[in-house]
Design a protein around this ligand. Structure first.
Ligand code: SDX
Length: 441
């Protein structure tokens, strides 16, 4: 295939790629983004050649145009609507970041006050939703509860499920962002047998979530400002990440016209996997299993042994082939929280830092460009804050809801988008006739 500059003047087309297949030429437009890799538009390939492209895992496939998040994996860059993640983590609030991801610009002071009030006023859930929880075992994994209860929101909020109505899409978006912390806190309280704590309209997003999780009716709950700011920053770090597995799940579900609550429930289910959002829970379990610094070499060896089936959880990334910029902020936040809680001698932190130091100097990890990702330090931080391991991916889901919703809205409003329906390379049986019982050997 070669690329030459004959564009035919099609907008967005920067050049044309020519594919020669069995003597036949197939011209495919090459489109350029604002920044980042060009794309070869193969939409007409099957019609022109009778062939599909084949890319399991979508390692070289762009499935949409987006203006929300940009990642440069080689440079370790992450931009939300053009703003670097480290600047947002430093200077923005999570709700400011939610506004930015949804609307494309940082809110003015007036827009922020209005948005914050809107979200605050949607934090309660229908009182009858509390009945769902009694159907679960107390030891149910909270992610299983989240999938069920968030999916059930579409049974309560019929007035915001018409995806073709922009106003209903807006209300559904606000409801999703606002109610996720409330449902997550209810899942946690149910698992420990404590009464649900209602949201409070006088608190900010992160403080409200902390009090819904850790307050009890018998005494006042005092918000620790260091914890609240750290949690708000953790939510910013996890808010969106381009076309990751769970976001792609939400987009695919949304492409069929499914309502936003059902799409987010599908995203939660996908995020639960240990290769994706479940890695923060798996990473902490791995650090606890390693236990002490002297056992690290044994686990490094296992991670390098293909037959072991073991991987260093919290390491590696499909896109980042450099340090995940979120992991750097997460590591700093981890130290800040442990210091504030007087836990800086946390043994797991020592294991994590030594494991990182060894891995970053090991030829296997260097050659495969395996660096810590956002999940490597988040578990230690959340454990120190008092969250059980099973709640780590739930917190990831709370934050990622704004990313899922923003990408879902962009997909609905994209004139190029149609129902997602990939094809396959078929290696099964060719056509054969049915054989009756008495003829089968
Ligand atoms: C998240 O996509 C996103 O943006 C996700 C996310 C987001 O914000 O939405 O960033 C959040 O999911 C972060 C990733 C969390 N997952 C983990 O930490 C689980 C451990 N890491 C992996 O299993 C793996 O690195 C993935 C799933 C993250 C990426 O997998 P890829 O891109 O398909 O890479 P791969 O499995 O093909 O691995 C490439 C090579 C392989 O060796 P070879 O077959 O080439 O010899 O690297 C090896 C792998 O064996 N490898 C690892 C490893 N990760 C990859 N070896 C040891 N330990 C690891 N963690």
């Amino acid at each position: 295939m070669n690329v030459h500059d004959k564009t035919g003047g099609t907008p967005g087309v920067s050049s044309v790629a020519k594919l020669m297949l069995e003597g036949k030429a197939c011209d495919m437009p090459v489109r350029s983004g604002t920044i980042g890799p060009d794309v070869i538009d193969v939409a007409k390939l099957y019609k022109d050649t009778g062939c599909f492209t084949y890319d399991p895992g979508f390692t070289s496939t762009a499935n949409c145009v987006s203006r929300i998040t940009y990642i440069d994996g080689d440079a370790g860059v992450l931009l939300y609507r053009g703003y670097p993640i480290d600047q947002l983590a430093q200077d923005a609030s999570f709700l400011e970041t939610c506004y930015l991801l949804m609307h494309g610009e940082l809110p003015t002071a007036e827009q922020y006050v209005k948005f914050k009030k809107t979200i605050t006023n949607h934090t309660m859930v229908h009182e009858q939703m509390t009945k769902f929880f009694t159907g679960f075992r107390r030891d149910a994994h909270p992610m299983a509860v989240m999938v069920g209860v968030v999916g059930a929101l579409s049974a309560f909020y019929h007035d915001s499920t018409d995806i073709n109505d922009a106003h209903q899409r807006q209300i559904a978006s606000h409801r999703m962002i606002a109610k996720m912390p409330t449902i997550a806190a209810m899942a946690y309280k149910y698992s420990i047998g404590q009464p649900f704590i209602y949201p409070r309209n006088d608190l900010d997003f992160a403080s409200n979530f902390l009090q819904m999780c850790f307050a009890v009716p018998c005494e006042p709950y005092e918000i620790n400002p260091v914890m609240s700011r750290a949690l708000d920053r953790i939510f910013i770090l996890h808010a969106d990440h381009e076309q990751n597995a769970s976001t792609s799940t939400v987009r695919l579900a949304g492409s069929s016209g499914a309502n936003p609550f059902a799409c987010v429930a599908a995203g939660i289910a996908c995020l639960w996997g240990p290769a994706h959002g479940g890695a923060n829970e798996a990473a902490l379990q791995m650090l606890e299993e390693i236990g002490t610094v002297d056992r690290i070499p044994e686990y490094i060896a296992k991670a390098k042994d293909k037959n072991s089936g073991f991987r260093l959880m919290g390491f590696g990334h499909r896109v980042y082939k450099n340090y995940d910029p979120r992991a750097k902020v997460m590591q700093a936040t981890c130290h800040e929280v442990l210091d504030a809680l007087g836990k800086k001698n946390e043994p797991l932190l020592a294991v994590a830092m030594e494991l990182e130091r060894i891995a970053l100097h090991d030829p296997y990890f260097i050659e495969k460009k395996l660096y810590p990702n956002i999940d490597f330090y988040s578990g230690i931080t959340l454990k120190a804050m008092g969250f059980p391991t099973s709640m780590f991916t739930v917190l990831f889901a709370i934050a990622r809801t704004v990313g899922w919703i923003s990408q879902w809205r962009e997909m609905i409003e994209d004139p190029e988008q149609r129902i997602g329906r990939p094809r396959q390379l078929y290696l099964g049986e060719p056509k054969r006739d049915f054989v009756k019982f008495d003829k089968r050997t």
